[in-house]
Design a protein around this ligand. Structure first.
Ligand SMILES: [Zn+2]
Length: 285
């Protein structure tokens, strides 16, 4: 098993000073690290990376956020994130910093469809237990928080094809709004190769979930996972490490779908983010 990667970046001025002086300075010799830095778009569906003094505690809207040993952390804004969010940091000396973030609100595509047969509006009762079980497994697969930075690499596009569905869109069947679509759909033929856009560890590989059919979840560190749905074939197993570009499965039309495509998702733990942010070259509006 591959050991967990640990970021070992030493500030260059630190190295230089240590070499020149031949001694290692204690921290106060240098500028105090920022108490809180945040980078990323404060926008629904987006991912934010932050840094605090090592040993600090961080929470987002009252929910604790994992902080790495060097003070790094990650969080994301969901599809319906409120217009403001609050980050609270408790520094190692117990001093508290609170910062209010303005989260840019988006509007999502809506499609009204009437006269839909009832069986497509809600799943049959007999499948509810199975769906519940599937959901619990998916939740577990997205709950991993591992000290790895695989998500920071530039992602590659997992399969070729036109974008046929975007994050956040919602269909309204017979006046009933359906669960929003959280994925980015890439239309491709059954059997087309799906490669890992980022390195990571497979936390779920199941050939037959009720909604999503052949499904893979890959963990990229700090609670960031990607999910691949409707696959006709899986080429990886749970617990397996993958490198960027490794074949993980084949496109299919398994689960509740009308045609073959890859549906890729991006999650920060249980929060669904916009997968399009991984692939700037696929820019969709
Ligand atoms: Zn989809």
């Amino acid at each position: 098993m591959k050991p967990t990667k640990v970021l070992a970046k030493v500030p260059s001025q630190f190295l230089k000073s240590s070499l020149v002086a031949g001694i290692v300075f204690s921290m106060p010799a240098f500028a105090k690290p920022d108490n809180l830095t945040l980078t990323g778009d404060f926008r629904q569906g987006h991912l934010i990376q932050g840094k605090v003094q090592p040993g600090s505690q961080v929470s987002l809207d009252g929910k604790s956020v994992y902080v790495g040993p060097k003070g790094q952390f990650v969080f994301g804004f969901g599809r319906d994130a409120k217009p403001t969010s609050q980050v609270k940091v408790i520094l190692p000396n117990n001093q508290t910093i609170t910062k209010t973030l303005n989260v840019q609100q988006r509007s999502y595509k809506e499609q009204k469809i009437n006269g839909v047969e009832k069986k497509y509006v809600s799943p049959p009762k007999s499948t509810l237990a199975r769906i519940k079980k599937d959901n619990a497994r998916i939740k577990d697969a997205r709950s991993v928080v591992d000290m790895r930075y695989d998500f920071q690499e530039q992602a590659i596009i997992p399969t070729k094809g036109p974008i046929s569905g975007v994050y956040g869109s919602r269909r309204i069947f017979n006046g009933v709004p359906k669960w929003p679509h959280f994925g980015l759909d890439i239309a491709a033929k059954t059997g087309s190769k799906v490669v890992a856009p980022l390195p990571g560890k497979v936390t779920l590989a199941d050939p037959d979930l009720y909604y999503s059919g052949g499904t893979i979840v890959v963990d990229h560190g700090f609670g960031i996972t990607t999910t691949y749905l409707h696959l006709s074939k899986l080429k990886v197993k749970e617990g397996q490490w993958v490198k960027k570009g490794d074949l993980i499965g084949l496109v299919g039309a398994t689960g509740r779908v009308t045609g073959p495509h890859l549906d890729i998702r991006l999650n920060w733990q249980q929060v669904r983010l916009d997968p399009a942010i991984l692939f700037p070259s696929l820019a969709t509006k």
